[in-house]
Design a protein around this ligand. Structure first.
Ligand code: PEP
Ligand code: MG
Length: 625
């Protein structure tokens, strides 16, 4: 059930250890006979016994790009023995609450010394888990039945993790891993088990079933070259830590990886999602050469980050930033960002019990506008919450399909005061930057008109003579298909390819099993982008792309060729995207864009773009050097 396999799926069974062969045989037979379910037709079984020692490459998925050559260091979770029964309930309750208090303190120290804000946020989330009244209640019930604090606590965290795991959602599964980690932390405190600081050799490639935040927090990351795990995914802690530290990482490797002996030399090629167990000299040299080339390219991009993003034939494309804080605005300017194409204003509203005050909002928008200055565009997107991102202070009904429910502008128009307050706060930064307001999830023309009317009323009330530009996100297929009717009534469009892809392909953007198919390079999405640009340009309006697709260098010639005027990208990628623009000719881009619009799948589009990339970009680098 946890695998969520459907009838007819191909399942690969792998096992490690002395009884691996017998285990594989039993499981394969069980699966082939329908796991005891009546009516399931037997499926063919291909039993291939593979030992770790006979494999040369193990495959997983890239969690953090890059590559490294180093030695295996296995990290295993300590098994803890727990007595089932305890002393009196009061003694055990005290025991538990002391351990929880100590754990909270230790997590605070980890937050204070974390590598970047992403890691600090993970420990904050762990602290919040410890304060969850539901967990405590389950543990107390067990203690009152005579169980020990350790036994009760472990039962409470394990049963909550099982619930998270059973919901079939990748993000919740990650939270289950967090729960297991924080559960183990408290359990060790209850049992008085000291964590031993781990001595790492130089050039370590850490291998684990699942690397937990607590395991990685105490590690000497100067000695670590990369990570490889069986569990986890792109949103897992190990992925976040690896990206924050600039280390390569692979997740989702087969369990054989846990059978590798410490000290084994391995080559971690995270870009391809491969762990080479017996790398030859040529492969190592090739990898090191690639790495040097990438580093050189990165340095080159950084050194030229301040240059405009103009194609070789002189066409300028605005490269701006997607941000969610003042710090990111400042970083974007330092990295050559030409403005902000998407300020996700949700950060001001989430994780709190009341709406942000006018002064708080106004001072944040003004500080960000000041960081940009009067010559640069600041596109503030109005609140895009609802459905899957509820606000504690806005009562909402729970919805069966939150992504198809009260999201974005729909929610704000239902609660106009929320939108009016936000407009008022945004308007207070007028003049500090070139102010643009953008509405998310617009589907109907009436939504745009109503929002414009509210904005007008707020601007009038403030006595403003000038109006900010007003645009909409194109992220619902209906808006893309009706772009010719929206265009006369907006100042600009910005295409949200993340949502546009999920709604066009009818594939949840966070669905773990659809991740590889929910691809913005699908020709259907490209056709919507093409027609949106055409409609906007016919009315003299500009079009940006602010979805994650704009941050992929492979997409640059395609989006330019489709006529997109602005690319709003993730902050660290600004120099790379600007460099990618400078390496192409607009005429070539137009030709490749026309070609791929006629293809039948996202894979075909990516292949065609890759060929184009290899033929142009690499040669230009050679020429530059
Ligand atoms: C998008 O949908 O592409 C987008 C940029 O918005 P978000 O990712 O914030 O939904
Ligand atoms: Mg969106």
């Amino acid at each position: 059930m946890a695998l969520q396999t459907a009838h007819g799926d191909v399942v690969q069974v792998s096992a490690a250890g002395p009884d691996a062969e017998a285990a594989i045989k039993t499981l394969a037979e069980l699966l082939a006979t329908g796991c005891g379910e009546a009516g399931a037709a037997p499926a063919p079984v291909e039993a291939v016994a593979i030992e770790a020692s006979s494999l040369t490459v193990l495959r997983g998925v890239c969690a953090s790009a890059g590559s490294a050559f180093g030695q295996v260091v296995q990290i295993a979770e300590q098994h803890l023995d727990v007595n089932e029964f305890g002393a009196t309930p009061q003694v055990e309750r005290d025991h538990l609450s002391r351990a929880l208090a100590e754990a909270l303190l230790a997590l605070q120290q980890l937050r204070d010394t974390a590598v970047g804000s992403a890691q600090a946020d993970i420990f904050k989330a762990h602290q919040e888990l410890l304060e969850d009244p539901g967990l405590l209640e389950v543990a107390h019930v067990q203690i009152d039945e005579g169980k020990s604090a350790g036994f009760a606590w472990r039962a409470a965290t394990e049963s909550a993790a099982t619930v998270f795991n059973s919901l079939g959602n990748a993000l919740l599964a990650e939270r289950a891993a967090d729960l297991a980690d924080v559960g183990q932390r408290v359990l060790k405190l209850i049992l008085g088990v000291q964590d031993q600081a781990m001595e790492l050799p130089e050039g370590a490639i850490l291998i684990a079933e699942q690397l937990t935040p607590s395991q990685t927090a105490g590690l000497d990351t100067r000695k670590v070259l990369g990570f490889a795990t069986v569990g986890g995914g792109a949103t897992s802690h190990v992925a976040i830590l690896a990206r924050a530290s600039g280390l390569p990482a692979i997740c989702g490797l087969p369990v054989q990886v846990l059978g590798l002996a410490n000290g084994t030399q391995v080559l971690l090629d995270a870009d391809k999602g491969e762990l080479h167990l017996d790398p030859d000299l040529a492969a190592i040299e090739q990898l090191q050469a690639n790495r040097q080339r990438q580093q050189k390219r990165h340095q080159h991009e950084l050194a030229h980050a301040a240059l405009a993003a103009c194609t070789r034939d002189g066409h300028h494309v605005e490269v701006t930033a997607n941000i969610a804080s003042l710090a990111e605005a400042e970083q974007a300017m330092a990295l050559g960002g030409e403005g902000v194409g998407l300020l996700r204003s949700e950060f001001l509203y989430l994780d709190r019990n009341h709406a942000p005050s006018h002064d708080e909002q106004a001072s944040t928008y003004s500080a960000i506008a000041r960081a940009l200055g009067p010559a640069r565009n600041l596109v503030v997107r109005t609140l895009d919450v609802g459905g899957d991102k509820p606000l504690a202070y806005v009562p909402m009904d729970s919805e069966t399909n939150p992504f198809l429910g009260m999201r974005g502008i729909r929610l704000c128009l239902e609660r106009p005061q929320l939108l009016r307050d936000q407009f008022k706060a945004i308007l207070s930064s007028a003049g500090l930057a070139r102010l643009h307001i953008m509405l998310p999830m617009v589907t109907q023309l009436s939504e745009l008109r109503l929002a414009r009317q509210l904005l007008e009323e707020e601007a009038l009330a403030l006595g403003l003579t000038e109006r900010p530009k007003l645009g909409i996100m194109i992220e619902v297929p209906a808006a893309a298909l009706m772009a010719d009717l929206f265009a006369p009534e907006v100042d600009f469009f910005s295409i949200g390819t993340n949502d546009l892809t999920q709604y066009t392909l009818a594939m949840d953007r966070d669905h773990p099993r659809l991740a590889s198919q929910a691809d913005s390079f699908h020709p259907s999405v490209l056709r919507l982008i093409a027609s949106t640009v055409k409609a906007a340009h016919a009315h003299g309006k500009w079009v940006g792309v602010c979805g994650a697709m704009a941050s992929e260098t492979l997409a640059v010639p395609l989006l330019l060729g489709l006529g997109v005027d602005e690319l709003s990208v993730s902050v660290p990628l600004i120099p790379a995207i600007k460099a990618a623009v400078r390496e192409v000719d607009l005429l070539d881009c137009q030709a490749i864009a026309q070609q791929v619009l006629g293809l039948e799948s996202a894979e075909q589009v990516r292949e065609a773009l890759q060929l184009y990339h290899e033929a142009t970009v690499d040669t230009s680098l050679v020429l530059e050097n």
